[in-house]
Ligand binder design. Structure first.
Ligand code: SF4
Length: 445
């Protein structure tokens, strides 16, 4: 028996000012999405790790008994005095490594013979540092899919390749979860602030298993494809769109995309395949800042691509921006916020997300050379909504934090104005959409 523990998603109590911004944000988001996309199956708060479920499937198909647990289920089992099996393998993200280590200590004290393993994207990009800091783990699992499954099993497995992911291994029914899927892993670009470019490329499935998912999910359920670039390339997007379209589904799809890869034909193909939302990384409007951070997509090209998307479809367009990239100053940020305001008022975008830059530990990355001075080594704070863990020559941690909160508020205000309201409380509330989600995700009990 192997316990596979998903610690890739967790609730987090956030700063009160930020929480207020989130509430306003989701109020507009619900309203706007409802008006553009229409009624969908309600937003879910439970999330699972697609990578861990794929590993669970491979192990199970090879005859190994596995149990997929969310971290709180493991905590409950340990509290009840359950005996851990011979192997417990965690899937983590950077901020949950310390919590996995604490659970590993508890497991070892209850069952010294149990092997405790740790894997996930963080381990793949920061193996050595993780090993040095947390020697409690018997093994760090580097690699994905079959490679990772074999390391967890401690033996070779029969790769039965093409089969479906076994959603019945999840502790809850698949329809209770927010659905994230992917067709390809890895990114052909290598922006310096992102780990996706370091991940190996492989094709998981051309339709993201949508043919199976459509049998399990209610009509108009939201499904997000989180490939860094859907299908990995121009040709890949076209192929994936054809594969998804032929599933003949009635789900509402969204995807992450690199804007400069799109052509009018590809935008139309996405729409035809069922994509109603597209999410694009803009990051900043400052060209120097973008190129200094290894971004090969300029803002001027990006903006042109937004027009192309609007001319070719009526997809809901979401942008990602980052506050605090190395080299940012208040003047640069102000200019980005003015561009955001303009994009909203021109109707070129429907939503703008903002996140705080995090200097995630990565092998062979010297942050000092990039002008980043790390001020906290506590990985618990290495997420995009915590107080900054670094400072730059231009800005202190406090200044970066203030800039982050002000950015969230300014984007909300621009968004509010663009939908014709002057107060957040005037925006009609759409029941069942995001209020429960905000409470569950950001207000730790
Ligand atoms: S294009 Fe996007 S996913 Fe790819 S490396 Fe850059 S930021 Fe990361």
């Amino acid at each position: 028996m192997i316990w596979l523990v998903d610690y890739t998603h967790y609730e987090k109590e956030i700063d009160k000012e930020l929480l207020e911004c989130k509430r306003d944000y989701f109020r507009i988001k619900s309203y706007k999405r409802y008006n553009i996309i229409g009624k969908t199956a309600p937003v879910k708060t439970k999330v699972y790790s697609t990578g861990l479920l794929r590993i669970a499937t491979l192990l199970s198909r090879s005859g190994i008994e596995v149990r997929y647990l969310h971290y709180y289920m493991l905590e409950e089992l340990l509290e009840q005095g359950a005996t851990p099996p011979e192997v417990v393998a965690f899937s983590c993200v950077c901020p949950t490594v310390p919590m996995c280590a604490e659970l590993a200590e508890r497991i070892k004290s209850l069952s010294p013979g149990t092997k405790v393993l740790l894997g996930g994207v963080h381990v793949n990009v920061a193996e050595e540092e993780t090993r040095l800091r947390y020697p409690i783990f018997d093994r760090l699992i580097v690699g994905y899919e079959l490679e990772a499954a074999e390391k967890i099993a401690g033996r070779r497995l029969n790769n039965q390749g093409e089969g479906y992911v076994d959603y019945s291994l999840l502790p809850y029914h698949i329809s209770d979860y927010a659905i994230n899927t992917f067709t390809n892993m890895g990114c052909p670009f290598s922006c310096k602030y992102c780990v996706d470019g370091l991940a190996p490329h492989f094709t998981a499935s051309e339709n993201g298993q949508l043919d199976r998912l459509k049998q399990l999910l209610p009509s108009r359920n939201l499904v997000h494809f989180f490939d860094s670039v859907l299908g990995y390339s121009k040709e890949g997007i076209a192929r994936v769109c054809r594969a998804i379209e032929s599933c003949n589904h009635d789900l509402i799809l969204s995807c992450d995309m690199r804007a400069d890869i799109l052509t009018p034909e590809l935008v139309r193909a996405l729409y035809k395949a069922g994509f109603r939302e597209i999410r694009l990384g803009m990051e900043s409007s400052n060209e120097e800042l973008l190129s200094g951070n290894g971004r090969t997509l300029s803002f001027s090209t990006f903006r042109g691509q937004l027009e192309l998307i609007r001319e070719s479809s009526d997809m809901y367009v979401t942008l990602y921006t980052i506050t605090g990239l190395p080299g940012t100053t208040p003047t640069i940020q102000q200019a980005t916020l003015e561009e955001c305001d303009r994009l909203f008022s021109l109707g070129l975008v429907d939503e703008i997300k903002n996140a705080l830059y995090v200097p995630y530990p990565m092998k062979n990355v010297n942050y000092a050379e990039r002008g980043i001075q790390i001020t906290s080594t506590d990985w618990r704070g290495y997420d995009r909504q915590s107080y900054p863990v670094y400072r730059t020559p231009e800005m202190s941690e406090d200044e970066l934090w203030r800039m982050y909160i002000d950015t969230a508020r300014t984007i909300n205000n621009s968004w509010l104005k663009s939908i014709g309201y002057s107060r957040f409380t005037d925006v009609p509330e759409i029941p069942d959409y995001y209020s429960e989600y905000v409470e569950a995700k950001y207000m730790k009990k």
